[in-house]
Design a protein around this ligand. Structure first.
Ligand code: DGJ
Length: 545
């Protein structure tokens, strides 16, 4: 029964009716990953959602740190924030759970109109056990660590321990139960079970139990994958240790993910500490066992409950960055740049990620707690640095759902300026799109008749663009510090290309394109020139003879 204060009958009816309607309203749709024809969308509230994310610093997982988080997140124009939840903080005493931080976090996230991705720092955080509760990290008998061939104890908790898995799983399930209880509207849209798992300095556990497993046959899923039966060494050769540890860590996390999903079926992903993107052998000894780019197939086979694996990219080299994006954007794996450096030079890779149909992007260390992880990220997170990312998010936040919908169904491509500032091109349908850098808005690169100063972005690590092909001859283009040109990939005899119409604009909330103005004349004579403030254009192309 609902007790209502005295009021006219009609008002009473209205109140009762709205209460009844609210009770009957279907629960908000669960976030999920939808994959179709090798393309992907993260669905939030039943619609595609581009995760314009910022990740807070590691120790910002306490209510006292949150006031230092939100101002940066607002300046960033992020719509999603990744925040750690540490096993040590929720189960300081075994069997006693405290989720008060999550309550504060979810409440404040709603006030700030952002969604959350929770990072479960449990058995493995950057491979180590530092975030496990004291009763775990001090009890190596109950929670064994990997052993070296000499019988020495390695720092990493072994994935071959049922006791550790059960203890972690129990806490993780309690976390998911809490999320289910307090978050019917799904402010929390995704979970990352563990963080950068693997092992440095030891490629596999040499304990008696691990040796026994290693001497056995590979699981049938891997035999199928490789088209070959046999021991780990027979099937994986030089990569046997890496495959073995990857399989067992992925199976461990899969069990955790399955148990968590049984409580609340949110998307779950795992992030990778990356090795050399061009050299699998060298990558195999970097955070061995994690979802390294050369082990994605093994992870897929081992962890069907992990929706995707993600790169943490802290490599400023544009070629390496592009290689990582390539490795992790696959028909069976949506690309989410789960972490990247927060220094300004990383911001241009947002464009390259969009060009690989990324479902999200996340600079790391986005809060004002004053910590800097330089040389990975920025020396100081000043306003200018935040703005390097924020300017891009500002353009995309209002249109993120439309972009995400388009990118999950249409061809896209993107580019970020490389070290040589060379032109970059790709063919989409019959059109060749070219990104050019360090050019003034007016004029051609080969003009010699007029003296020109070097462009202010010369030598600067800025500039990039992304295009989506929305029709055979129609494109959406966004970029900053870049010139974009369209031409025919293979012009027929006497065939010329032209820009029929270029509109600057945006999408209305209902998804309709709203033109602000038509660009023409100087604004299109030398290609589409984007300055530092990103813009969105709709371009219609055509040909004439
Ligand atoms: C990658 C890890 O996933 C993060 O938690 C953090 O430790 C960064 N490296 C370095 O700041």
């Amino acid at each position: 029964m609902i007790a209502l204060p005295p009021m006219p009958l009609i008002l009473r009816l209205v109140v009762l009716l709205s209460v009844a309607l609210a009770a009957a309203a279907p629960a908000a749709e669960l976030p999920r990953i939808v994959s179709k024809n090798g393309k992907h969308a993260m669905m939030v509230d039943g619609e595609p959602f581009l995760m314009l994310t910022g990740q807070v610093n590691n120790s910002s997982n306490y209510p006292s740190a949150l006031p230092k988080v939100w101002p940066v997140i607002r300046q960033l124009h992020a719509n999603t924030v990744q925040v750690p939840i540490a096993w040590e903080q929720v189960e300081t005493v075994e069997g006693r759970f405290d989720f008060s931080f999550i309550d504060a976090l979810v409440r404040e996230a709603r006030e700030n109109d952002v969604r959350l991705i929770l990072l479960w720092f449990g058995t493995w955080k950057n491979t180590g056990p530092n975030y496990t509760p004291e009763w775990v990290k001090t009890d190596t008998r109950r929670f064994p660590r990997m052993k070296t061939a000499e019988g020495k104890t390695h720092y990493v908790l072994t994935p071959h321990s049922r006791a550790t898995l059960e203890a972690d799983k129990r806490a993780f399930v309690r976390l998911m139960e809490h999320v289910r209880r307090i978050d019917p509207q799904h402010t929390v849209i995704m979970i990352q079970p563990q963080n950068e798992v693997g092992s440095y300095g030891l490629t596999r556990d040499r304990s008696a139990e691990a040796e026994r497993l290693f001497a056995g046959q590979v699981p049938s899923a891997l035999a199928r994958l490789k088209g070959k039966n046999g021991t780990w060494t027979q099937v994986f050769g030089a990569f046997a240790d890496q495959a073995f540890t990857s399989w067992h860590m992925a199976r461990y996390i899969d069990e955790l993910a399955a148990a968590g999903k049984a409580v609340k079926n949110l998307p779950m992903y795992c992030n990778a500490a990356l090795g050399d993107p061009f050299d699998a052998k060298s990558a195999s000894t970097s955070a061995t066992g994690g979802p390294q780019w050369n082990m994605i197939d093994v992870w897929k086979a081992a962890a069907p409950n992990v929706d995707f694996v993600s790169p943490d990219i802290y490599n400023r080299d544009a070629k390496a960055y592009a290689a990582y994006l390539d490795h992790y954007s696959r028909p069976d794996n949506p690309l989410f740049v789960a972490e990247t450096g927060n220094a300004a030079d990383y911001a241009r890779f947002f464009w390259a990620a969009l060009g690989k149909a990324a479902i999200g992007f996340a600079p790391f260390g986005m809060d004002a707690t004053g910590y800097s992880n330089y040389p990975l990220g920025a020396k100081t997170l000043d306003s200018e640095t935040i703005e390097a990312f924020g300017s891009k998010y500002r353009l995309f936040r209002p249109i993120q759902r439309h972009w995400a919908r388009i990118a999950s169904t249409s061809p896209v491509w993107g580019a970020a300026k490389g070290a040589d500032a060379a032109d970059q091109s790709a063919d989409l349908g019959r059109w060749r799109v070219t990104a050019m850098f360090e050019l003034w808005e007016f004029g051609e690169r080969d003009w010699t008749w007029i003296k020109t100063d070097p462009h202010p972005t010369k030598g600067q690590p800025v500039g990039g663009m992304a295009v989506a092909q929305i029709g055979p001859d129609e494109f959406l283009v966004a970029g900053s510090d870049v010139r974009v040109r369209f031409g025919l990939a293979e012009p027929g005899a006497g065939e010329n290309s032209m820009m029929v119409r270029v509109e600057e604009g945006s999408f209305a909330p209902d998804g309709k394109w709203v033109m602000a103005r038509v660009l023409n004349g100087d604004q299109t004579d030398y290609g589409l020139n984007f300055t530092t403030e990103p813009r969105l254009l709709k371009v219609k192309l055509g040909t004439y003879r």
